[in-house]
Design a protein around this ligand. Sequence first.
Ligand code: SF4
Ligand code: SF4
Length: 184
Amino acid sequence: MRFERYGVGIAKGMALTLRNFFRPPITLQYPEDKLVISRRLRGNELVWYPDRCTGCATCAKSCPQGNIEIITHVGDSNNYVVDKFEVDTGRCMFCGLCVESCPYEALFMGLGYERAQYRRGQLVLSKEELQPSDIRQPSGYARPKVEQTLPRQSLLINWDKEKEEGGQKLSPLPMRKRRKGNGL
Ligand code: SF4
Ligand code: SF4
């Protein structure tokens, strides 16, 4: 059995406490400040590209929750024309199986994660709402080509590193000022 000198553990613990006591807080003033999120985020939305979609319904069959409703009719060139493409994101568990199963890369997970609504009905997204826009962008989940075009994720532990290193300049406030701002 090995014995350590009495009190060494306490001294080590106190040294760590003191080191962190004088370090500026590593926090974000969310929602004013935001980190760059993961390129492969499975945000709480889906993004659908109607021009690529053939109406094959593979995504709907892959969904374990039965969240995707597709109604089609046969078009002039014996193709499927999509009349309805609806996703109930209120029941969705954002597993990504529908995205992985789409053979035509018409369905993507989204980068958005602030999609809270007051009514459940507002979580059912129609084909118009699912289309890409300025606020609805596809994530790189299961889509390596999209992933390459997105900025690298930044982490709080890299908050003062340069962007090339995966960090993000957040212009942190001095500790005293932050505490005042937080009402502490
Ligand atoms: S992410 Fe999963 S639960 Fe949501 S619609 Fe796709 S397959 Fe269904
Ligand atoms: S999104 Fe993909 S899997 Fe779903 S119907 Fe369209 S092409 Fe088929």
